[in-house]
Write a protein of this length. Structure first.
Ligand SMILES: Nc1ncnc2c1ncn2[C@@H]1O[C@H](COP(=O)(O)OP(=O)(O)OP(=O)(O)O)[C@@H](O)[C@H]1O
Ligand SMILES: [Mg+2]
Length: 387
């Protein structure tokens, strides 16, 4: 990107942010008195912003922050603020600047492609869109997609797939979820987005591919953003960054994978930046059978166990639901074991899991995804599919 133009209001805003951050830092170190003067500077600047640009939409946020800092100053001056209890000043503490390193995945997740049951189509799409181009960019003279969106019901493997991609390919993997990007702090959320992308571009200029995984990417649209008025700016910043990496003239090796279970929250400009949109559906019967294999590791089963029947009974259940089912069933036999009083004997073991154990747990559990929601995913896929 070229030289950024910073308007006077942005300049003032960032100055205010800096003073407040310094104040928080000082407070943490115990320098309350200097912290007070920094907070006061921040308040002055915020009020100045409001008077210079009386019609700016952000004014409400500026005022709120100014009020919060004024209150903090009073607390510090009266000695009623306890810095030992972070809970007492949550919004101020939250605002500390985020360290980029926290987004870089240094240890590759220990999950392989084969541990993910089903999802054959998504896996193939991921190979074509990410794994092949990362390995052999020379084979893709016409380019390849840089933005990929996984969408679908909760608990079906979106986050799991991203982890498997990270362990599969060489490159720097940035992993940022909404919570770590969105800040209550004025202007900081979009700055986080900007920093994340500029770091990714920097990495990719050194010939290493960079993969940015944004979990719960819908929150960048702002419905859950906590900072009043901040959402539009975060969204716009994101669009701008996406355009930056899609720039045909620059060969950035940056991929952005977004995951969401609320695709309908996204607006069209946002959706368009993800050239590939991949539906991660509920597991079908074969995938459920495969999951049973994954989850029955280290479990003991009685000989009446019929996995094919269990697979039929779990129609509509997500991968997460199935993992929970196995966990709860195992828990049940252990509980029965303790209740029978046999646990005192160290050589005794719980009974093997019987079909009835699964049945009794299943009877008490509905699938976590409703059929009306499923239809919503299906409709969204029909409208926006690009796989
Ligand atoms: N295809 C799958 N194969 C094996 N296990 C799965 C699969 N899908 C889901 N699971 C299990 O369910 C858990 C939740 O899956 P994951 O976190 O990937 O869901 P998600 O699609 O990201 O959901 P959310 O939208 O709520 O973030 C996983 O940790 C795993 O145990
Ligand atoms: Mg997830």
């Amino acid at each position: 990107m070229g030289v950024k133009e910073i308007s006077a209001s942005e300049e003032l805003e960032s100055l205010a942010v800096r003073f407040a951050n310094e104040a928080i830092e000082l407070e943490r170190k115990g320098s309350k008195r200097i912290a007070v003067t920094k907070y006061q500077r921040a308040v002055e600047l915020l009020l100045k912003l409001c008077s210079l640009y009386p019609t700016a939409p952000q004014n409400k946020v500026y005022m709120e922050h100014a009020e919060a800092y004024k209150k903090r100053v009073k607390e510090l001056q009266s000695g009623s603020a306890s810095i030992d209890h972070p809970a007492e000043a949550p919004d101020l503490r939250d605002s500390k600047s985020i360290k980029l390193d926290q987004w870089v995945l240094t240890e590759k997740p220990d999950i392989s492609w084969d541990e993910i049951a089903g999802l054959e189509r998504p896996k193939r799409a991921i190979e074509e869109a990410i794994i092949f181009p990362v390995r052999r960019p020379d084979l893709f003279p016409l380019g390849w997609p840089r933005g990929i969106l996984f969408f679908g019901p909760p608990g079906c493997g979106k986050t799991l797939l991203a982890a498997a991609i990270a362990s599969e390919i060489k490159g720097v993997f940035f992993c940022a979820d909404a919570a770590s990007l969105m800040s209550k702090w004025l202007g900081e959320s979009e700055r986080n987005v900007q920093q994340l992308f500029s770091k990714a571009r920097e990495v990719s200029e050194n010939t290493q591919p960079a993969i940015v995984f944004l979990d719960e990417v819908d929150s960048l649209m702002g419905v859950r953003g906590e900072e009043v008025g901040g959402e539009v700016r975060v969204r716009n910043q994101f669009l701008k960054e996406m355009d930056g990496i899609l720039d045909k003239k620059k060969k950035f090796h940056v991929y952005v994978i977004g995951a969401t279970n609320k695709p309908w929250v996204l607006d069209e400009p946002f959706i368009r930046r993800f050239q590939k949109r991949i539906y991660i559906p509920l597991p079908d019967i074969k995938a459920r059978m495969d999951m049973f294999q994954v989850y029955s590791h280290d479990l003991k089963f009685g000989n009446n166990l019929d996995f094919a029947e269990l697979a039929r009974m779990t129609e509509g259940y997500s991968g997460g639901d199935i993992r929970d089912l196995f966990q709860s069933t195992q828990m049940k036999v252990v509980r029965d074991f303790f209740q029978s009083g046999r646990a005192g004997d160290n050589s005794a073991t719980p009974d093997p899991i019987r079909m009835e154990d699964f049945q009794s747990i299943l009877a008490a559990r509905r699938p976590s995804v409703s059929s009306s929601n499923l239809k919503r995913y299906f409709d969204w896929d029909e409208t926006f599919k690009a796989s």
